[in-house]
Ligand binder design. Structure first.
Ligand SMILES: Nc1nc2c(ncn2[C@@H]2O[C@H](COP(=O)(O)OP(=O)(O)OP(=O)(O)O)[C@@H](O)[C@H]2O)c(=O)[nH]1
Ligand SMILES: [Mg+2]
Length: 369
């Protein structure tokens, strides 16, 4: 399946139903009075965050969504039925942008968090609602409102704690598979990974309590990726939310530190679409992978050199044998702050017309005081 992380959607909320103008007629009841009911409200369109999804592919195939219209009011004071709402389930980390992609309007970070994308139109008032002590037989009705129609750009920015970066074939997917239950494809050729993968890593804290964090594996970066070489830099967006970048370098390669420098260079050239800090300012650690292919002396020598040159915390691991992986997991768990990702993440209203709840009339008696 192809991975879609950006797509446009068009949403249309339902129109309100018309209010009814009618008078009660019965053989035994002359002048029965007005009895036209209000129209029902049109349905809203909602987006809701769902932790079980990881792509926007559904919306690429089906970009138009429409909620139901409100039914018309009818005689005997009957109010029309409200239109059915439509709910779009979106992967966590979906950002809702305006149509032009210039402003990010909302960010779905929590499972079940909702955003109203378009408000349904209010139903029109029927003539019953105009009846008063002085107006016994009103023939008025108010027109129903139209439902909102909006176009949004959806962008997926996956949520991970630790992002794996490195050149193709460095062993990023192997490391993710070793440390979590995720099973991304692993093979001895570059660009085995063509879309981001997430895995949950469990590692104990110093007091033995287990800590979970999410590790994100994205396609490898080549020199010139910023100019479109390989798969380019497009997937770096998914590392934007990671609190820590874990560089994975093939320690058995010709010049592991030069490989690392190439990746750092490309990270520096990436310009996020939300501004903010460059990925180079993000905390970074270095994992020298494939250490099983090197002699012990060479590993120690390389690790020392890497610490000196990069100034980063360095770990020697082998995704193949598992050596050093548990230690890396424990160190990562200890380093990650207990952060509330969803702090303050409540429901969001993006509709322009505000709440479509029924009319409220507040009498203003101040002039009589
Ligand atoms: N000997 C050895 N081989 C490894 C180790 N880790 C990964 N490999 C091998 O290296 C090759 C590439 O591994 P992947 O995990 O697919 O590499 P990747 O970084 O995800 O590559 P892309 O997805 O193409 O960017 C595979 O053939 C792995 O079996 C390791 O620790 N030791
Ligand atoms: Mg891979």
């Amino acid at each position: 399946m192809r991975f879609f992380d950006e797509t446009k959607i068009w949403v249309a909320a339902g129109n309100g139903g018309s209010g009814c103008v009618s008078f009660r007629r019965a053989a035994n009841l002359p002048r029965g009075g007005p009895d036209g009911g209000n129209g029902g409200n049109g349905g809203d369109v909602w987006g809701v965050g769902d932790a079980a999804l990881s792509t926007l592919a559904d919306f690429r195939h089906r970009p138009h969504w429409k909620a139901g219209r409100g039914a018309h009011g009818s005689s005997a004071g009957k109010r029309g039925r409200d239109g059915a709402a439509v709910t779009l389930t979106l992967p966590l980390g979906t950002e809702i942008w305006d149509e032009t992609g210039a402003h990010c309007l909302a960010d779905l970070l929590r499972h079940g968090q909702r955003a109203r994308l378009a408000a349904g139109g209010r139903g029109g008032r029927g003539n019953l609602s105009y009846k008063s002590s002085v107006r016994r037989a009103p023939r008025d009705s108010s027109p129903p409102q139209e439902g909102e129609r909006r176009c949004y750009l959806l962008r997926l920015r996956l949520i991970g704690d630790v992002g794996l970066v490195g050149q193709p074939n460095a062993g990023k997917s192997s490391l993710l598979a070793r440390m979590s239950a995720a099973r991304p494809r692993v093979a001895a050729y570059p660009f085995t990974t063509t879309r981001p993968h997430l895995g949950v890593v469990e590692a104990p804290l110093a007091d033995g309590t287990p800590r979970h964090f999410v590790m994100a594996d994205v396609p490898g970066l080549l020199e010139g990726a910023s100019g479109g070489v390989g798969l380019g830099l497009q997937f770096l967006r998914h590392l934007d939310r990671c609190r820590l970048l874990l560089h994975v370098v093939d320690a058995s390669g010709e010049d592991p530190l030069a490989d690392f420098a190439v990746v750092r260079g490309e990270l520096g050239l990436w310009r996020g679409d939300r501004g903010g800090e460059s990925l180079l300012e993000r905390s970074a650690w270095l994992a020298l992978n494939k250490c099983d292919l090197l002699g012990e002396g060479r590993v120690a020598e390389l690790a020392g050199e890497a610490r000196r040159v990069t100034g980063l915390p360095v770990f020697c691991v082998s995704a193949k044998t598992g050596e050093g992986c548990d230690g890396l997991g424990v160190a990562l768990a200890a380093d990650l702050p207990e952060e509330e990702l969803d702090a303050g993440a409540g429901d969001i209203d993006l509709s322009l017309s505000g709440n479509s709840d029924a009319f409220t009339v507040t009498p203003d008696n101040s002039q009589w005081d």
